[in-house]
Design a protein around this ligand. Structure first.
Ligand SMILES: Nc1ncnc2c1ncn2[C@@H]1O[C@H](COP(=O)(O)OP(=O)(O)O)[C@@H](O)[C@H]1O
Ligand SMILES: [Mg+2]
Length: 285
């Protein structure tokens, strides 16, 4: 039998010096605006471009990610602690072998970890971070203290809104909370379900203007996705739309969005790791 410690040591050596994943939180003020569909299809499109991506499903109670991928996870985040598993053991695979972790009982679980368990999580997350290029957090809607702390610990946040006034207002409220938490958190806006590219850009312009004027802060446009029936059709089939309808307008738009996302010349993401930032919040409560 191989020595466990030896295996672990070797695994850690392999990961030594590898860069950290970019941690991206996908959030919104209002629910049902398309976060989970975006997360999955954005992840798949990044993978098509050779990136290693993992989704962490934190939209608890809605059980979105697994349903959208037609899977039922056998392990969740909670098992990591219950059975002292390695974080790699709780990764489930969706379509196209898209790796994801089911959040289990969710964020509150993370914020209730004691020092010992948090250190365990920290070590495990570090392994995860060195095995992927991007880690996407699919968040629940709305702004609780826990979710705001969590989102603002990420390297960047994508705030999803539709052109509807209620969605924009709730999106603005979310941005306001996040700016108050951390003025340096890069904020990107995704306008989903837009009737046209022009209409989507106008939505972004309105939002960015109020953010500038009232919060003295900047948001950038990640992209505009059209309102497209093929999303609903794909959801009904429990298949991601980029797989179900690769030539639909929404799939083409996501292809374009990822292309420009990867070519924008990322600012080096903050050297502080996600878990280091999160730790502050967990033990300051
Ligand atoms: N681009 C789109 N075009 C048309 N319908 C969409 C689009 N994006 C989302 N939807 C609809 O909105 C519903 C909710 O999307 P979902 O990703 O589950 O939202 P959230 O995760 O924000 O709650 C989907 O089931 C689909 O019917
Ligand atoms: Mg969701």
């Amino acid at each position: 039998m191989k020595d466990q410690a030896e295996i672990l040591r070797r695994r850690m050596q392999e990961l030594d010096g590898k860069p950290q994943a970019k941690t991206i939180a996908i959030a919104s003020g209002k629910g049902g605006v398309g976060k989970s569909n975006f997360s999955i299809n954005f992840a798949l499109q990044l993978m098509k471009n050779g990136k290693k991506v993992l989704i962490f499903d934190l939209d608890i109670g809605m059980g979105n990610i697994d349903i959208l991928m037609g899977k039922s996870p056998t392990r969740t985040f909670v098992d990591l602690f219950r059975e002292e598993m390695s974080i790699h053991d709780i990764i489930e695979l969706g379509p196209e072998s898209l790796p994801y972790i089911a959040g289990g009982s969710g964020l509150s679980h993370i914020f209730e970890l004691d020092q010992v368990k948090f250190t365990y999580f920290q070590d495990e997350y570090e392994k995860l971070s060195k095995s992927f290029d991007y880690i996407l957090f699919d968040m629940g809607a709305g702004a609780t203290q826990d979710s705001l702390n969590f989102i603002s610990s990420a390297h960047e946040a994508i705030v999803v809104t539709t052109p509807e006034p209620t969605s924009i207002t709730d999106g603005y409220a979310m941005i306001k909370h996040l700016v108050h938490k951390d003025k340096n958190l890069p904020l990107k806006i995704l306008v989903n379900r837009s009737l046209s590219e022009k209409n989507g850009r106008a939505t972004f312009d309105r939002l960015s203007l109020v953010v500038k004027r009232f919060l003295d802060s900047e948001v950038t446009l990640l992209g505009v996705l059209p309102d497209d029936r093929s999303v609903l059709e794909a959801v009904n089939k429990q298949r991601p739309f980029v797989i179900d309808r690769p030539n639909s307008s929404v799939s083409r738009a996501i292809g374009k969005l990822v292309h420009s996302y990867l070519n924008e010349g990322h600012l080096q993401s903050s050297p502080r790791s996600f878990v280091d930032k999160l730790k502050r919040f967990v033990f300051e409560r």
